[in-house]
Design a protein around this ligand. Structure first.
Ligand code: ADP
Length: 467
């Protein structure tokens, strides 16, 4: 098959479309012509037959009026007017004897058709097409009774009719070839036009695979299907871009945030090796290393949880539980921390709210928010937990009147390892809110904050009830 830059054109969709298009066109026009030709052919033949029938009718009248002699006379007159190469007449008696005949020299050997004469005597017109070996064209003939025991045969060349039909056939062949070629070109053009948008998508994909990662498919494509493909393709690229950026950020963060504790571990081990001689000193170093390792393990586990839930591969359990109990339990767990800071905690929930969802994840979201609310409260501050359910959605809020969050920090607090300057004096790794947001979203909900520096913050979580 024709090959373009090593591509087999026979394999291309545009080529195949062109072939299918041309094939359908060819078949349809062949069918249309066949029907048309059949109609023309039968019309032409019936015209010839009508002429023959009319002719024998006239002879029947003459035979009735003037007998055999009259018919003979009319036969001579007829042949004078017409070319004997185009028409012949033969008169038979009832037993098949030729009573009169026109000049048959140009018609070759014309046998007497007794069967046709027999049928004609029964007053049935017999119409036949003859193929005579000496003649290029067929002839149409009629046998008809024109009087008692008198049968007339008239034969007529089909030269005109056949020439006329031949013109049609030639015309059709020419037209068919022109239409076929045209349909190949139109099919190929239409296929190429329809697929030109697909080629644009392919081109963009090729460029992206060569490193043009910021390139996108032009969404102003003509055809809706391909436009949707382009849009989906662009969306997929955007998502991949976000994932790559996330991974890059994560790697940077991991490198940055794991380096400090590891350096500290190494430093204390080194110091102990160089300076310590007492078992107590080594014990103290081991305890410090365990603390740092716990810290590292927590960071790694939290990051794994965040990554898993952001990737949408985390299992979400479906538990039935009372939200009021969950909030009260969380308060009890964090009360010692709150008491140390002299911060009061309150739960404001009307009645027992039953919720269906992942209890453990909700607990962790709540724990992070509650710990922050206590951590970032002033001495004597107040933290209030409230919850309500409306339209199959659980809303809960954690309100504090602590240090609040500045306008500059607010857009970043859910980012990995982000910690505001104001929070540096408190312990933390900057992953609590990232985890809370990732879990809330993995459960189909979300988290938002309203805060003003110095006045406190309200973190709101919405979670749909699982059905
Ligand atoms: P961490 O508390 O470990 O620093 P988080 O991810 O939980 O990390 O919080 C990120 C940042 O958001 C905190 O460093 C702090 O600046 C801010 N923040 C979170 N919760 C509160 C709050 N209730 N009040 C004031 N600031 C808060």
């Amino acid at each position: 098959m024709f090959s373009k830059r090593g591509i087999n054109i026979g394999d291309t969709l545009s080529f195949r479309l062109a072939v299918i298009y041309a094939g359908i066109f060819a078949l349809t026009s062949l069918l249309a012509f066949s029907v048309f030709y059949y109609r023309i052919h039968s019309l032409t033949m019936s015209q010839v037959d009508e002429e023959l029938i009319e002719e024998v009718g006239e002879f029947a009248e003459i035979s009735e009026e003037d007998g055999v002699e009259g018919v003979r006379g009319e036969m001579s007159l007829e042949i004078e007017e017409e070319d004997p190469k185009e028409i012949f007449l033969r008169l038979y008696s009832g037993d098949g004897k030729v009573l009169a005949s026109t000049d048959l020299s140009s018609w070759g050997d014309l046998p007497v058709d007794r069967e046709a004469i027999g049928s004609a005597l029964k007053r049935e017109n017999v119409l036949k097409t003859l193929k005579l070996p000496t003649r290029d064209y067929h002839a149409r003939t009629i046998f008809a009774s024109i009087g008692p025991e008198l049968v007339l045969q008239i034969g007529m060349t089909l030269e005109d009719a056949e020439d006329y039909l031949q013109i049609f056939r030639n015309l059709f062949i020419l037209l068919f070839l022109a239409v076929f070629l045209l349909s190949v070109f139109i099919g190929r053009y239409m296929g190429k036009k329809a697929l030109s948008d697909v080629e644009k998508v392919t081109h963009a994909a090729r460029e992206i695979s060569r490193g043009a990662h910021d390139m996108r498919v032009d969404v102003g494509l003509k055809y809706r299907e391909v436009r949707e493909l382009g849009e989906t393709f662009n969306r997929m690229l955007d998502e991949i871009h976000v994932l790559i950026e996330g991974m890059r950020e994560l790697t940077d963060n991991v490198a940055h945030d794991l380096r400090s504790p590891l350096t500290r571990i190494r430093g204390s081990a080194e110091m102990a090796l160089l300076k310590e001689t007492s078992p107590d000193g080594f014990r103290e170093m081991a305890a410090g290393i365990i603390d740092e390792c716990d810290n590292l393990i927590e960071i790694i586990n939290t990051m794994l949880d965040i990554t898993e839930s952001e990737a949408g591969i985390m299992d979400i359990a479906r538990d039935e539980f009372n939200v009021s109990d969950l909030l009260s339990d969380a308060c009890e767990i964090y009360r010692p921390l709150a008491d140390d800071k002299e911060v009061s905690i309150r739960v404001e929930v009307s009645g027992g709210l039953m919720f269906s969802g992942d209890r453990r994840k909700l607990q962790r979201v709540l724990a992070n928010l509650l710990e922050n609310a206590i951590k970032y409260s002033h001495q004597g501050g107040e933290v209030v937990l409230s919850a309500s359910i409306s339209e199959s959605v659980l809303h809960f809020e954690i309100r504090d009147n602590g240090i609040g969050i500045s306008e500059d920090d607010r857009p970043h607090i859910f980012d990995r390892f982000y910690r505001s300057e104001a929070s540096r004096c408190e312990s933390g790794i900057g992953l609590g809110l990232t985890l809370a947001k990732a879990f809330a979203e993995a459960m189909g909900g979300g988290i938002s904050v309203v805060s003003s520096p110095g006045a406190g913050s309200v973190f709101s979580v919405v979670l749909p009830i699982m059905v």
